[in-house]
Design a protein around this ligand. Sequence first.
Ligand code: PFF
Length: 468
Amino acid sequence: MDAQETMLSPTSASSKTTAKPRQGFATSLGAIAATLGSAVGLGNIWKFPYMTGENGGAAFIVVYLLCLFIAGLPVMLSEFVIGRRSQANAVRSFKKLAPGTPWHFVGVAGVTSAVVIMFFYSTVAGWIYAYIFKSAGGALAAVDPAQTPAVFDALTASPVTPLLWQWVVLAVVGTVIIAGVQNGIERVAKTVLPILFLLLLVCDIRALTLSGAGAGVNFLFRPDFSKLTPGMFLAALGLSFFKMSVCMGVMTTYGSYMGPEDNLPSSMLKVALSDTLVSIMAGLAIFPAVFAFGYQPDAGPSLLFITIPMVFNSMPLGQLFLTLFFLLAAIAATGAMISLMEVPVAYLSEEKDWPRTKATLVSVLTVALFGMLGTFSTSILSHVKVWGMTFFDFFDFSTSSILMPMAGIAISIFAGWVLGKKVIVDEASNHGQLKNQTFLSILSFILKYITPIAVTIVLLSGLGLIKL
Ligand code: PFF
């Protein structure tokens, strides 16, 4: 069978798969929950608020939404299509759909990015776990707000405590992954997402009922486009990929776990809408309170760990709300980490034919080992620089701002030009059963002509390689 036939035949890919039977998601709802569990994470609770705060508020959100439509969503659908059509992990999927071509390197890049992202993601998740206990135990409430930075500095300057928390995060993630796709990933997502949503709602109500909350709401919803820069477009683009969990093999892997009846475009829209809602809700829990107490929104990455504790401690029942806030952030971070870990695990267990437990242990230990570089970036390795950045910043920048946009370009070209409209429409309409052909034709057009060009321009100008 040649490449074109392989692509056009929906069942051929699954008929000659690995020896082991593949487990998928049990239900469509479970598939959406797991995908949302991946999308909602530190991107929503940490990155989105601090980047919005740094980049002037609503105008950045508008740019973000634009990036979501021309890049994040089309690439997400492409990955679903690639995964479900091939019924294989992030690397093998390309090998099946385009045999004998180098396209599978896009999958290799995805698996690599997923692992590298975890080197810094698990560090931040560890800080968040630590902060649940610091806020519940009153360690933050007890100090004068001016001392809050000192609490964060003390935590991150220690080489030991953050490392232990990072290992706790990895142990939790590893346990869920070993439990399997249905009993682990799907079940955990269905249980914790409603809790996360409720906690966020409680924090929103608290922040929005403070006097002076209106300034924060304006900051989030009244755009001032005079603040836009090319760098902001790159940041928003990277964020749209990061938040949708695309370009890293996660959505390809999850697409491969989806069933033949699952509605891919509708799942994509539901996940994107809910994820955006969670980001806005996180903004509504943060900025009204920040403005109400006269703090600045542009603190950068430390917004979550310094500004938020200061702000929450200034309000009635602050200790309780601060604890709830970090609890929901921990839930979100863990859910996203689970999906990242599933990428190398699916790859190793299928390609090397390893049992799931072994694949998980090797993946977790690799992240624990190199993740130390991320964790030590604020302590004993703070003076070590790669391209002028600490390891932590390097892991973040090289994935979000370079690898992900490059993978985004490659995936959109693969979907738009190699698979082509016919395959996309066939797979994403469940072979014509769903009446969504017009929508899919528009998406195919965007994938073919707009996404690769727009992402290339944004990448080059964001890196300062071309001037707009
Ligand atoms: N989407 C997650 C977040 O917003 O925090 C992070 C993430 C998960 C990025 C999985 C990439 C990924 F493949």
